[in-house]
Design a protein around this ligand. Structure first.
Ligand code: XMP
Length: 524
């Protein structure tokens, strides 16, 4: 892959991955490294530009994350954001102090001096501020470019040395012209030509995989989720039948999901690979029988997965590589920032690699963000319904059936969930067709769960004593916190009446209004 690289140096701010994403949106490849990374190592990567991120500390305090003066003397353009801006000023001889007024939220910024960073940006523009400290004195050689009502230095520059400092956060969408500023930096100041594209990623990665794998054998645990599916597509394109995918159907998948995965990756699908589907449904139901404790259920599902996978791996024999669908946020969140190879255990099972005889891990999506993984998936010809799949937990419907799991309950929740998703998708598509916009209530995750409550009802002239289905729909940015989505009442009513009429064993439907916290998104 052609590496016209911009390096983001991470000082622990909450928006750091966003900075890297915005740079990639300018078609410039970008990687995040910890501020502890040796400067010589960064220099050796020959970056076209460096961005210093925000961070939670005060840069003048002892022990606060810092950087050396040399970073600014390498002749590489540097852009400091928030903490990064303050640090740049402090290290180069300016001053940073606790601000008399804390700025937080949308703020008007007044651009007073011309700057390549603010090309095509309005003289008064809305930005996102979040800081306790402020730059009270700029470093020698710098000039102030912009200010706000409370902050005398909202942006400063030393054009001669290509050093730029911005107190606000251009990476956040609330900074209305932020993407333009980052574009101006990477494409203008750094002179990047913008050749980073997903099609070139696919092409280059396929080449790299071929070189690395040679005539070796690769094993991949395919879950049917977005990441492992795209990894399978890439590897299949690169090495065909040298790849074996093991897909374990644990009987806790959504309706028809096992067959959908097989249709794409199995012998009748478009990819040339060895596909092993293990129908382990009954095994799982036997193991789970009578178990009601959520943690025990999760553990049983995880352990059984290892056992099934191990059995299949034994049949295949030793392989040279174990492939994993690790993506960039996993790498960054594990604190490794691309510094060393990491063997990340499978998302949903502890320590999978231990049970398989392999020499090396291969992680073809290690440098991609989720939306880039999706783009690569489409490039590879993986169908949109797989590529744009909602997040689905590893333990599957096991955590959406409160109490013990039985084949009968799985069938109920699968059928109810399929109806619910169909109706929500239909309503969302109708809204979009009518207005050209996404529905404001469009959830990021929505599914049906089965409560373990049975209650009395009446159907026809008969008394019933059946289960209650709970409908969940949440809006969330990061899945750490979430709000219940405001799905139109008519849609919910349609779903309710279809479930009651079409799914046997259900006589009541609830809508879950709980936010997270205090609720979680899943039920167990
Ligand atoms: P909770 O229920 O913790 O879910 O609010 C947050 C997000 O994580 C997903 N989730 C899981 N994903 N293995 C996974 O791969 C799991 O065990 C698991 N549990 C929850 C959940 O679907 C939601 O998107």
């Amino acid at each position: 892959m052609e590496k016209e690289l911009v390096v983001v140096i991470d000082f622990g701010g909450q928006y750091n991955q966003l900075v890297a994403r915005r740079v990639r949106e300018c078609n410039v490849y970008c990687e995040i490294y910890s501020y502890k990374t040796d400067l010589q190592k960064i220099k050796a990567m020959n970056p076209k530009g460096i961005i210093l991120t925000g961070g939670p500390n005060s840069c003048y305090e002892e022990g606060a994350p810092t950087c050396s003066r040399e970073l600014f003397e390498m002749g590489i353009p540097v852009l400091g954001l928030c903490y990064g801006a303050q640090l740049m000023m402090l290290v180069l001889g300016g001053n940073v102090e606790k601000a008399p007024v804390r700025e937080y939220g949308k703020t008007e910024v007044f651009v007073e001096n011309s700057s390549p960073l603010f090309g095509n940006v309005a003289p008064t523009t809305t930005c996102w501020m979040s800081h306790f400290d402020y730059i009270s004195k700029i470093a020698p050689g710098f000039e102030i470019v912009a200010h706000t009502a409370d902050c005398p230095v909202a942006a400063a520059q030393c054009r001669e040395k290509n050093l730029y400092a911005i107190q606000f956060h251009p990476e956040v969408l609330h900074t209305v012209e932020g993407s333009k500023m980052l574009y101006n930096f990477v494409r203008g100041v750094c002179g990047c030509s913008g050749t980073w594209r997903m099609d070139s990623f696919v092409e280059n990665t396929v080449k790299e995989i071929r070189e690395k794998v040679g005539d070796g054998k690769v094993l991949l645990a395919l879950s049917g989720g977005v990441d492992s599916s795209v990894a399978a597509g890439l590897l299949a394109k690169a090495i065909g039948k040298q790849l074996t995918c093991v897909f374990v159907d644990h009987g806790l998948l959504r309706k028809n999901e096992g067959d959908e995965v097989e249709a794409v990756f199995g012998p009748k699908g478009d990819f040339d690979l060895n596909f092993v589907r293990v129908n382990a449904q009954d095994r799982y139901y036997v193991k789970l029988a009578g178990e009601t404790d959520p943690e025990r259920k999760r553990k049983i599902i995880g352990e059984e997965f290892i056992r099934v996978f191990e059995e299949e791996a034994k049949k295949i024999g030793a392989v040279d590589f174990l492939a994993q669908g690790t993506i960039y946020p996993d790498v960054v969140e594990s604190g490794l920032g691309g510094e060393s190879a990491v063997i990340k255990s499978h998302h949903n099972v502890g320590g999978l690699p231990d049970c398989v005889d392999f020499k090396e891990i291969i992680e073809p999506l290690r440098n991609l963000f989720k939306d880039e993984v999706r783009q690569a998936g489409l490039e590879l010809g993986i169908p949109a319904h797989l590529v744009f799949r909602q997040p689905f937990p590893g333990p599957g419907l096991g955590v959406r059936i409160v109490g013990d799991v039985t084949a009968e309950k799985v069938k109920i929740v699968q059928d109810a969930d399929a109806i619910y998703r169909e109706e929500v998708d239909k309503a969302a598509a109708a809204y979009k067709a009518e207005t050209g916009k996404d529905a404001p209530w469009l959830p990021n995750q929505y599914f049906a769960a089965l409560t373990n409550m049975r209650s009395v009802g009446v159907m026809g002239d008969e008394r019933t004593y059946d289960y209650a289905v709970a409908l969940r729909a949440v809006q969330t940015l990061d899945f750490m916190t979430a709000e219940s989505a405001n799905i139109p009442f008519e849609v919910l009513q349609t779903v309710m009446s279809r479930i009651i009429n079409e799914v046997r064993g259900v006589n009541r439907v609830f809508y879950d209004l709980t936010s997270k916290p205090p609720g979680t998104i899943e039920f167990e």
